[in-house]
Design a protein. Structure first.
Length: 257
């Protein structure tokens, strides 16, 4: 009967939910694999920097030197490099790539762990990865594919590196791209954001609500702030448990993260 309740709930609430949320696609799935809410769940869309989470999913980072070279320069979108050429600690680069969505860190790690990147490509065949940073719009997946695989990634060692609030790579400081970390009512086990013009605002999270885990994948929000408003609205439909509601104005700034 549980599957029937989930189906009825999703059907009854689909129209009002979709009317309020800017995302082109989303899926809310519980820990038993039941889909509670969805919109265009099987549409394959660019996933931007969510790619970083999948491309780095099967590395087990250790403290060792990793080089950033000219090959990490972004010649596709011409984004600004935050890290200069040189040697950095791998653990710091992993934090920067996954928590702060740094592009050159993801590229250098993808190059250093090429075998692990290839394993990830085979492990997640429904997530199409052509390079490890997410800058290429040909990195694509559906919200359903992301939501289903998020629970698996949340159990991997890499998950903890998505939840650092602040971090340093050498002397360069970074902040997590998730503004809801550690706020009341938000308990994340996994978090990754993405944005390029072709993708819009994207995110994937695994979080605990009222003692149960849920994965939420959002693709194609209007911008990098609206994705959090979309997530906040979906969070309120899962449980009446109090939580901080993200209702900031939509930003006109479009960052490639």
């Amino acid at each position: 009967m549980k599957w029937l309740f989930a189906f009825i709930l999703a059907t009854c609430l689909a129209f009002p939910v979709n009317a309020q949320i800017s995302a082109q696609s989303y899926v809310v799935m519980d820990q038993d694999g039941y889909v509670l809410f969805q919109k265009n769940p099987d549409d394959v869309r660019p996933i931007a920097s969510i790619t970083k989470l999948y491309s780095l999913s099967h590395i087990v980072p250790i403290s060792q030197p990793i080089n950033i070279t000219e090959s990490e320069i972004d010649r596709l979108k011409n984004t600004r490099m935050r890290l200069r050429h040189g040697s950095y600690d791998e653990l710091e680069l992993v934090d920067a790539a996954l928590s702060a969505s740094n592009n050159e860190a993801a590229k250098s790690l993808g190059k250093a762990h090429w075998l692990s990147y290839q394993i990830a490509q085979k492990k997640f065949p429904d997530v199409y990865m052509v390079e490890p940073s997410g800058l290429d719009p040909n990195n694509r997946a559906s919200a359903m594919a992301l939501a289903r695989s998020a629970f698996e990634i949340a159990k991997l060692p890499i998950a903890e590196h998505t939840l650092k609030t602040t971090m340093f790579v050498g002397k360069t400081g970074f902040r997590n791209t998730n503004p809801l970390l550690n706020l009341p009512g938000w308990d994340f086990k996994l978090s990754k954001t993405g944005f390029i013009n072709e993708a819009g605002g994207c995110l994937i999270v695994v979080m605990t609500v009222a003692g149960r885990d849920y994965s939420i994948a959002i693709l194609g929000s209007k911008d990098t702030r609206q994705r959090w408003k979309d997530l906040s609205q979906l969070r309120g439909l899962i449980s009446e448990e109090p939580y901080f509601k993200f209702a900031s104005p939509i930003s006109k700034s479009r960052k490639k993260k």
